[in-house]
Structure formats: structure tokens, C-alpha cells
Design a protein around this ligand. Structure first.
Ligand SMILES: Nc1ncnc2c1ncn2[C@@H]1O[C@H](COP(=O)(O)OP(=O)(O)OP(=O)(O)O)[C@@H](O)[C@H]1O
Ligand SMILES: [Mg+2]
Length: 259
């Protein structure tokens, strides 16, 4: 949808003192159509720890066995999603929480059996998002998917999808204007930890190949590459900075642009 902005909120930036949710409400009041996709890796890790389940990440993706998946679903689609929606509403905004499972938004296949129940998105149906946007809501999406085609197992036909991956796929399917990642670093950093302000698609591919981008930055860059043929611009910005989102939309933040 023309003019729509897809915003990925990194779990690490979802602190109680940040201004991101107030920014979302301010932008909604100005009529900016937005879809939010959230992460929550550190909150999931904390709840897994309470249940004595260890967390393991491979290239930025959480290895997900059946027990881990249950906690991922409960925490992302439950606690994190509902806290976000309630907070937006408390600030005077209008939001509806859903997951990639709901309305058949994201269909996925097992990415790599070694990672367990982690999905590679193969189908996107943004009809639910369009309906919510048309009705003036901010859809707030928890990154989960249904399995397509479904395979019987102990995972309830659900797969865990990285939040960055979900955001990139949704932005592409909506033909969004812009894809913005709010994270806990200034943007993409080079080998000397200096901020890279602008990158082309070949440069982004080279960065992935070089290993300078590691961990949680890998799925972000990959998501930009998925979205960019249809989305005009992808941005990776520091979500810890006060009013990062309003400043970003009104022009004038640092961070990395991939275009
Ligand atoms: N070249 C790089 N430039 C910047 N950050 C990098 C780079 N390589 C790896 N990273 C790491 O990527 C991290 C951001 O990804 P991470 O997955 O931790 O957060 P998030 O995606 O914002 O949150 P969540 O996973 O909860 O949604 C940074 O904190 C940094 O440690
Ligand atoms: Mg991440």
C-alpha cells in the first residue's frame, strides 16, 4: 500500500523509558499508515532461562525445539505483543495485535532441520494488514508463521520466524514505502566499528559475505535484500535515541540507508 511504513522494533529497544511507542501514536495521529513487527529475543531468552531451557543462536537465528517453540509463542504472541498493544492504546493510539499465523499472514517451511522449528517464509498474505490499515489501526505483528504445507509433529503447525525476516517479507508484500529497523546499535558498523551511512545492494551482499555483519545483523541485511526490489528504501537506525522514529519519518536521523 502506497505510503505505508513497516517498522521492526528490536526487543532490545523495547525498554519502558523509550519514546518509540509515543512516536508511533504521534505518527498515527498525523495519518501515517504503519505496520509494526516486533522482536523480543532477550525477553524470550529470559523466560527460557526461568524454565531451565538454554538458548542457542546460529547466525542470528534461534535454534528452536518443540519446548522452546512453546515459550516463543507464549512470550512473543502473548506477553510482548499484548504489552505493546496495551501501551500504544494507553498513549491514545489504535492498534491491533496479531501474529504471522493469524489470517494466514506468513506461511513458512522448515529452513534447516538443524535449527529445528525455524521458518523460511514462502507465502505472505497481507489481506489482514490491509483491512486493519484501512480501518485506521496499527497492526502489531508477532513474528511467527504457520507451516506450509503442514507437517504433523510436536510443534502444532507453527514455526518461529525471525522478526527481521518477517518485517522484510511483509514490507515486500505490501509494497511499502519504507522499511525501518529500530535496533540497539547506531546502524550497520564497518570492521572498525564506524557507522556506514549508505550502502548499495551489492555492498550489502559483500558485507554479508565478508563476515563483518554477524549475529542479529545478518537477518536484518538479508531482510533488506528481500524487500528492496519493491520497497524504495530500507533503514537501520538506533532505536535507543529519543524520538528516533519521528525524526526518521520527518527526515534527519543517522543510521544506515540501504537503497
Ligand atoms: N556489522 C555490524 N554492525 C552493527 N551491528 C552488528 C554488526 N554485526 C553484528 N551486529 C550485532 O547485531 C545486533 C543487533 O541485532 P539483534 O538481533 O541483537 O537486535 P534486534 O534485532 O534489534 O532485537 P530482536 O532480535 O530482539 O528483535 C547488534 O547489537 C550487534 O551486536
Ligand atoms: Mg534480532
Amino acid at each position: 500500500m502506497a505510503g505505508t511504513i513497516v517498522i521492526k522494533l528490536g526487543g532490545s529497544t523495547l525498554g519502558s523509558h523509550d519514546t518509540t511507542l509515543a512516536d508511533l501514536v504521534a505518527l498515527q495521529k498525523k495519518g501515517v499508515p504503519m505496520v509494526v513487527v516486533h522482536g523480543g529475543a532477550n525477553i524470550v531468552t529470559e523466560w527460557l532461562r526461568r524454565m531451565n531451557i538454554a538458548s542457542k543462536f546460529v547466525k542470528g537465528l534461534r535454534a528452536t525445539d518443540a519446548e522452546t517453540l512453546k515459550v516463543v509463542v507464549a512470550i512473543l504472541a502473548g506477553l510482548v505483543n499484548k504489552e505493546l498493544v496495551a501501551a500504544v492504546q494507553a498513549l491514545g493510539g489504535r492498534a491491533v495485535g496479531l501474529s504471522g499465523i493469524d489470517g494466514g499472514l506468513l506461511g513458512a517451511q522448515v529452513k534447516d532441520p538443524g535449527l529445528g522449528y525455524v521458518g523460511d517464509v514462502v507465502e505472505v498474505n497481507p489481506a489482514s494488514l490491509k483491512a486493519l490499515l484501512d480501518a485506521g489501526f496499527i497492526p502489531v505483528v508477532a513474528p511467527l508463521s504457520y507451516q506450509s504445507p503442514p507437517e504433523a509433529g510436536d510443534h502444532g503447525f507453527i514455526l518461529n520466524v525471525n522478526g527481521d525476516t518477517a518485517a522484510g517479507q511483509i514490507a515486500a508484500a505490501l509494497g511499502a514505502e519504507k522499511l525501518i529497523f529500530l535496533t540497539d546499535v547506531a546502524g550497520i558498523l564497518d570492521g572498525s566499528k564506524r557507522l556506514i551511512s549508505k550502502m548499495s545492494v551489492p555492498e550489502a551482499k559483500a558485507m554479508l559475505a565478508s563476515g563483518v555483519a554477524s549475529g542479529g545483523m545478518i537477518p536484518k541485511i538479508e531482510a533488506c535484500l528481500v524487500a528492496l526490489p519493491t520497497v524504495r528504501m530500507a533503514r537501520i537506525i538506533d532505536g535507543r535515541a529519543a524520538h528516533a522514529l519521528v525524526k526518521e519519518v520527518e527526515g534527519g536521523t543517522e543510521g544506515t540507508t540501504i537503497a
